[in-house]
Structure formats: C-alpha cells, structure tokens
Design a protein around this ligand. Structure first.
Ligand SMILES: [Zn+2]
Length: 166
C-alpha cells in the first residue's frame, strides 16, 4: 500500500514536491522573517547595542578640556549618534513589526548610517590628520554593504512586500 505524504509542518495536507510544505504552510512561511532577512535583522540588533555605546563614549569625551574645534566636532558627533539611535530603533521596530513602510524607513537608515560612518572615519581622519584605523575600515565597509547591497534588495526583492505587509 502506498503511504500518503503529509506536509512536513502541519502533517495534515498534501505537500508540494519542492518544499515538502502544503499550500497554506508555504504561504505562511513566505511571510516570515527568515533566510536572507536574518542578516539585516542581525545588523539592526547589533546596531541597537553598539550605537548607544558609541553615543556614551563621545558624550563622555565632551566634559574633558579640549580645543574648541574638537568640542564642536564632538557636539555634532553626539547629535548625529543621537539621531542614529532613534533611526536604528525605529527601523528595528518597523522591521520586526513587519510594517509596509519598511522600504522608506530602512533605506533612510542605511543612508544615515553611511553619513554617520563617514563623519567618524573620513572626516575625523581629515580634520585631525590621522590615518584610518582597522575599526574605521570595518565601519565604512559595513555602511557601504548596507548601501550597495541592502538598499537594492529592499527595493527589488519580491519577498519584501510579502513579508512586510502590515
Ligand atoms: Zn502544512
């Protein structure tokens, strides 16, 4: 006797050959944050931890005795980081709540992230005549990956409107 295959998830309906899932489970699966989307999810979580740490670091430098142009640089820097914290948390909320507005929100987030990275690496190196450090290169690289890879992905991927539909 032939054994009837069941969906590997609900164990009720007949599965499709390719996925092993039934139609209803397949459509549920396609609205989840999974696969490639784990990467921007991880990026947002890491930023949610690291950006406030940088903010505290620069904010605490403000109290020390420094030449006025350095103080201006730090003031502007803490302001940029403060905006970056708000944008990170708003993007993370929009992302994990699977809001329709994710495209606009996350693209602004990646663009602002690049401006922030440029301010603390290229501009700092130019103003204070210092060579770029390894963490600088790392910060720039991750900002440009966001800009060059994730912006087009969020704009063009067919999965985005399926997952972010609330
Ligand atoms: Zn199923």
């Amino acid at each position: 006797m032939e054994i009837k295959m069941k969906c590997i998830h609900c164990h009720e309906n007949e599965p499709n050959k390719e996925s092993g899932l039934c139609d209803s489970c397949e459509s549920k699966e396609s609205t989840k944050i999974n696969g490639l989307l784990y990467l921007p999810a991880l990026g947002l979580c890491v930023s949610a931890i690291l950006t406030p740490i940088s903010f505290i670091k620069y904010f605490s430098m403000l109290s020390s005795n420094l030449p006025s142009y350095v103080v201006y640089y730090l003031y502007a820097g803490t302001f940029i980081l403060f905006i970056d914290i708000l944008m990170t948390y708003f993007s993370a909320w929009t992302f994990f709540k699977k809001k329709k507005s994710i495209k606009k929100v996350i693209i602004s987030y990646y663009i602002f992230g690049t401006i922030t990275a440029l301010y603390f690496t290229i501009l700092a190196s130019y103003l204070f005549n210092m060579p770029l450090t390894t963490p600088d290169i790392r910060a720039l690289t991750s900002a440009f990956v966001g800009l060059i890879f994730w912006v087009p992905y969020f704009l063009l991927s067919k999965r985005i409107p399926m997952v972010f539909s609330k």
